[in-house]
Every structure is written in C-alpha cells, then in structure tokens.
Design a binder for this molecule. Structure first.
Ligand code: URA
Length: 425
C-alpha cells in the first residue's frame, strides 16, 4: 500500500477499507508515514467525512496503538465521563466525588488544556502537592481504597491520538466529527470503564457550533461505545457562555469547592446534579436529582474530594486558599439592562492571555489568574454594578478592560438559558 493512494481515495470521497485505515494509522505511529501525509489525510477527512463503519475502524485501530487499562480489579460498575471541551468547565472536579459518594467507583484519566479550553489536570495541579502522575497499580489501589482517582492520561494509552491530536491542532483539522469521535472514544474505550457519560458541548466556545452537528457527534460516539459493549449516554450542553462563574485554575477550584459545599449557584449546581444522576444510572444506581443534591448539602461529596486530594499528595489547607493574584480589577456596567451574551471563546482566550491557559503546549500556566463573572446571561444589571472581576499578575491596562467590556453584551431583552439541551442514550 502507499499513503498517497489512501489519501487520494479519501480526497475523492470514497470509502476506505479497514486494512487501509490500519495501514495508515499504524504506519503513522511507527514513523513510516510522515506528518505531512497524515495532515493531508486529516484534511481529506475534514472535507469528505467518513462512514460509520470507517469511523468505527479508525477508532478501534487507534485503541490498538496503545495499552488498554484493565479495571477489573475494582469491584462494581466503573463509570467514566468526558467532555468535548469547554470554557470554565470544572464539572469533573465536582461530578467525580459526587458520584463516588454513592459508592460508585470512578477511575478517571484527564487531560490538560490547550487554546481557549481549560484542562482538569491543570486545575488539580493548582493545589499544592497534588500529584497527577500515578502508576497504574497506585491508580487502581486508590480507587479500591477510597472510590475515586483523577490522574493524567498515561503516555502508553492510544499513542495514535497523542500524535494525531497535536497535528490536528496545528493543521486546522480538530473540528471534524469523525476525528473528534474517534479521538474521544478511542481514549474512553482504552481507559477501561464499563459505562461512559459524554458531555458534548455546543456553541460559540465549543468545537460543535450548532445543535445539528452536536447531535451527529453525540450519536456517533454513543454508537461507538455501544458497539464495544460500553453503556454510553451523551448529553448535549450549552457552551455559548462560560460554564459557572469562573475561568482560571485556582478560581475554578474555589468555585468547585463552593458547589461541593452546597453553596454554589443554582444553575450549575442543578446541572451537575442532573449529570450525576445520569452517571449513577449508568452504574445501575437510581437516584432522584434531590437525593443527589443531598450529597452536596450534607458534605458527603466534599469529603470524597478531600480524600482524593489527600491521597494524591495535595495540601488540604492550600486547597481552600484564595487566589494570590496581585491585581484584582472590578469591571462595572456602563448601562442598565440584561446580560445577553458572554461569548465563551472570547473569554477563554482572554483568560489564556492572563496566563490561565496555554497558547502552545510548552506554555507555563499562572494558576492564580482568570475571571470571575458576577453576572451571567439573562441577569439584570444596572449602571455601575460589578459585572466581573479580572485576576491578574500583571497590571491590567485600560485597553484590556475596554476589550473585556466589548464582549459583555447588554440588551433590553431577557434571554433564557438552559445548560442541558438534549440527552442521547
Ligand atoms: N477532545 C478530544 O479528546 N479529542 C478531540 O478531538 C476533541 C476534543
């Protein structure tokens, strides 16, 4: 076989065989297919798409390029969760201990953030001492002992995705359904959980910009999971504005703690309780949203989170420390009205420039910086009221504030918001 023939076949919109997909992907991982040919292949997929069968073959070929984690030593139904990426997305930090507080084991591998989206690992690393690197034995033992662990994805898992994702990131080929579905599901399948909850984000700050595309992606991934015997449910969630009230690593830990103490905003608390209810259902534990919420109010979920922090070397005192950013600037409203838009992507990029996110993989993060939103879409504001607070370690220029304000849209009409748009199972 020749890579050029496979690329040409896809470029011309024809269906590839399993052997052709395997030859190309395995060759790429082995180093015999160069980056430039894989880039051309990714772009051909971007424009011509893939059939369901091709996506399934691509996914399983990718799984085969690395190790598969065996979680069978942990008793019970293991559930996992994955988000296709968001701004201010601290869901894992709350959902994992909340689900674990119902004695459902959660062994989760997470990633770092890149570009406008944040990563769970970065947030956890803003807690002094927290270790995200653990051997597989330690990872499994911790879940056996306390019921939960969140660690970094092993280098040995889905080697093809590591290489391909980095290539897609710099060749404008991330936002295409076959490549997102195979990337996410190869990792979830290799990570070994019995059941999977997928959070497919849609909107300005997500890879999927409209509900129709999000639906196709969600259904594709649910089908991939089911085909290999994993109970899989997808929720389509809104990412037109940042999730919750904060963006930035330490700031998001603090928001997660508030929610874990039952003192979070109603909208995000309710959203997380609904996700937890679905995740528990995937492990055959039927609870009402109210019963789930009780574990935020009675401290059960917080206790689990603290147990995990301690087990992974984190300092419990540092956990509750406020951000040490040198400059905190209040941004105030110029007029009256309702917040009508807080574009997630713009604020994600803004927080990245403050140091809270990475433009390139090698960037070193400033854990303390970011944004706290006092007002979200649909809320009433009056002139002079604080809209947001910017946390920075460099002096905040007037131009930066002007730029920030340009993105906070205020109108006379009250917009309704909803976190979960659809559930696909
Ligand atoms: N998240 C992933 O893990 N992979 C993608 O391709 C996009 C989002």
């Amino acid at each position: 076989m020749r890579a050029v023939d496979i690329i040409q076949k896809k470029r011309d919109g024809l269906e590839l065989t399993r052997e052709e997909i395997e030859w190309l992907i395995e060759g790429y991982v082995a180093g015999t297919v160069p980056d430039y040919q894989m880039s051309a292949f990714a772009m051909a997929i971007y424009f011509k798409g893939m059939t369901t069968r091709e996506i399934s073959d691509l996914t399983m070929t990718m799984v085969g390029t690395g190790q598969e984690i065996d979680l069978s030593a942990i008793s019970g139904i293991k559930v996992d969760k994955h988000s296709t990426g968001g701004v201010g997305d601290k869901v894992t930090l709350i959902l994992v201990p909340l689900v674990a507080s119902f004695s459902v084991p959660v062994a989760k591998m997470s990633g770092r953030g890149l570009g406008h989206t944040g990563g769970t690992l970065d947030k956890l690393e803003s807690i002094k001492g927290f270790q995200i690197e653990r051997s597989q034995e330690e990872f499994i033992r911790q879940v056996q002992d306390i019921g939960l662990s969140v660690i970094g994805q092993s280098d040995q898992l889905v080697k093809a995705d590591k290489l391909l994702y980095a290539l897609r990131d710099v060749t404008a080929t991330v936002d295409t359904i076959p490549l997102i579905a195979s990337s996410v599901m190869s990792k979830k399948i290799a990570a070994g959980a019995d059941s999977i909850l997928l959070d497919v984000t849609v909107g300005e700050g997500a890879f999927m910009k409209n509900i129709d595309d999000a639906r196709v992606l969600a259904q594709t991934m649910v089908d991939l999971g089911k085909a290999v015997g994993r109970r899989t449910t997808a929720v389509i969630t809104d990412m037109s504005q940042p999730l919750g009230t904060s963006i930035g690593n330490r700031l998001e830990i603090l928001e997660a703690l508030e929610i874990l103490q039952g003192k979070g905003r109603e909208d995000i608390t309710d959203f997380i309780c609904q996700l937890a209810q679905i995740m528990l259902g995937l492990a055959n534990v039927d609870k009402t949203v109210e019963q789930v919420r009780e574990h935020l109010q009675n401290g059960a979920a917080l206790k689990k989170f603290e147990q995990m922090v301690e087990a992974q070397g984190g300092d419990l005192e540092d956990l509750y420390r406020p951000s040490s950013a040198k400059f905190v600037l209040e941004v105030r409203a110029d007029g009256d009205g309702y917040i009508s838009d807080l574009p997630a992507m713009e604020f994600g990029l803004f927080a990245m420039r403050l140091g809270a996110g990475r433009a390139v993989k090698s960037d070193v993060l400033d854990f303390e910086t970011g944004i706290v939103f006092e007002k979200k879409v649909g809320e009433k504001v009056t002139a002079g009221q604080v809209l947001s607070k910017i946390y920075a370690n460099q002096k905040i220029s007037q131009e930066l504030v002007t730029e920030f304000k340009k993105n906070v849209k205020i109108s006379n009409e009250r917009k309704k918001t909803k976190e979960i748009l659809e559930i696909i199972s």
